[in-house]
Design a protein around this ligand. Structure first.
Ligand SMILES: Cc1cc2nc3c(=O)[nH]c(=O)nc-3n(C[C@H](O)[C@H](O)[C@H](O)COP(=O)(O)OP(=O)(O)OC[C@H]3O[C@@H](n4cnc5c(N)ncnc54)[C@H](O)[C@@H]3O)c2cc1C
Length: 386
């Protein structure tokens, strides 16, 4: 594993850091309070190429490697998980799936829109009764002449009310996981509705939606990949997507650690800065080790993805990174809040938001339990997830 970043990777990281400090950090508290990021940020992300990082240049991307992508995502996560999620989903799950599995027509139609930030994508797999077990989803796509007619409901869909295109996974036969097909559904289609999910613990600036598809008609040319291969497309996207979640988690954890370290140096109790207290240093030291370990696992997964590791190697590496980094983000943000004392509990200071935003990272793109079962399957060869 290469621990030295090359010049291009450093340049991407520095560009993202500058962008986060000038365009995101000054606004996060306001966005969190009003429960919506300023959507002008999407075009800015597009202008910098952040929405097309791993996409070929001919479709508006910048063809960066996976580690550069992870470095940018870490920086965005340091700034605001809600903004980070826009990129992880629209680029990492949707545009990347189109680039990998799409027809030339699909790539020409959607990728320039998504990479420029003129449009966004959402990834619609989860349903009210199908979360950890996506093979049980019930949204149905019925063949009707040259068209498909899709009916069903999706739940917790990031970017759902903002998206121009939804990558929808629907059942085309009753053959379990082999009966699922992927479709690129324009969100202005008749019968398509997106309703905001209110009352989230964190990620308040991000659009999370319930989608209702009521007889949505799309042509067969909207099908992404072969009939019955949708679950494989979804799981393949999530394997790489977990590297993005891990990188975002490292960003949140780093932000929490930096804030707590600075505060410990400034806050005086018993006549000296609390940083001079060993129990406070313990909170910071344990957090620092975990952040570094999470970062290394994330870099390793990103490098394996770049070097064309086997599916088994990549699946293990990305689940390990996602599991460890997301749990780390929660622990480190919680430690940071402890260092801030009562001030950590109010939103004048950033650490409460870090903890609220970190909490979802152990839930989506596979819960921590699911990651452990994927890792256990890789170790033992026994699938406890079926
Ligand atoms: C803010 C937010 C954004 C999201 N964005 C998206 C998105 O863009 N697209 C999308 O498709 N989905 C999205 N999701 C959905 C997310 O991926 C699911 O919530 C997640 O997969 C868990 O599914 P569930 O909520 O139905 O929980 P369940 O699957 O019902 O799990 C409940 C609990 O049971 C445990 N459990 C379940 N099965 C097992 C098992 N076999 N062994 C051990 N424990 C088990 C889980 O670990 C968990 O602790 C989002 C969710 C949130 C909260």
């Amino acid at each position: 594993m290469d621990l030295e970043l090359n010049d291009t990777q450093v340049a991407f990281r520095d560009m993202a850091a500058k962008f986060v400090d000038s365009e995101i950090v000054p606004h996060v508290r306001e966005w969190d309070r009003r429960e919506e990021v300023d959507l002008g940020i999407v075009n800015k992300l597009g202008e910098l190429g952040f929405l097309g990082l791993t996409i070929p240049e001919e479709y508006g991307g910048v063809e960066a490697d996976m580690l550069s992508y992870a470095l940018v995502i870490e920086e965005l996560g340091r700034g605001d998980s809600s903004v980070r999620g826009i990129v992880s989903v629209s680029l990492g799950l949707v545009a990347k799936s189109i680039a990998t599995h799409g027809t030339e027509e699909q790539k020409q139609r959607w990728l320039p829109l998504l990479t420029s930030g003129d449009g966004l994508g959402c990834f619609a797999l989860t349903e009210p009764d199908a979360g950890s077990d996506p093979a049980s989803l019930t949204t149905r796509a019925q063949r009707d002449g040259d068209d498909w007619v899709i009916t069903g409901q999706k739940m917790f869909i990031t970017n759902g009310t903002w998206a121009d295109v939804a990558l929808v996974f629907a059942r085309t036969s009753d053959d379990g996981g082999r009966g699922i097909t992927a479709f690129l559904v324009p969100t202005d289609s008749a019968g398509f509705t997106a309703n905001t999910v209110h009352g989230k613990l964190g990620l308040r600036g991000q659009a999370t939606a319930e989608l209702v598809l009521d007889g949505v008609r799309v042509p067969d040319s909207a099908r992404l990949g072969e009939v019955g291969k949708g679950l494989g497309i979804a799981l393949g996207a999530l394997t790489k997507g977990r590297i993005s979640v891990a990188a975002g988690a490292v960003g949140v954890a780093q932000a929490a650690l930096s804030a707590a370290t600075q505060y410990a140096g400034e806050r005086v109790q018993f006549g000296s800065p609390i940083a001079s207290r060993q129990l406070v240093q313990e909170l910071l030291a344990e957090s620092a080790v975990e952040v570094e370990a999470a970062r290394l696992l994330t870099w390793r997964a990103a490098q394996l993805a770049e070097r064309g590791a086997t599916r088994q190697e990549l699946t293990m590496a990305s689940s390990m990174a996602k599991f460890y980094a997301s749990e780390t983000a929660v622990r480190v943000a919680n430690n940071a809040l402890q260092v801030f004392g009562g001030y950590g509990y109010i939103d004048e200071y950033p650490v409460g938001k870090y903890l609220r935003d970190a909490r979802v990272l152990t839930l989506y793109e596979g819960t921590s339990q699911v990651q452990k079962l994927i890792i256990g399957r890789g170790l033992t060869g026994v699938d406890a997830l079926s």
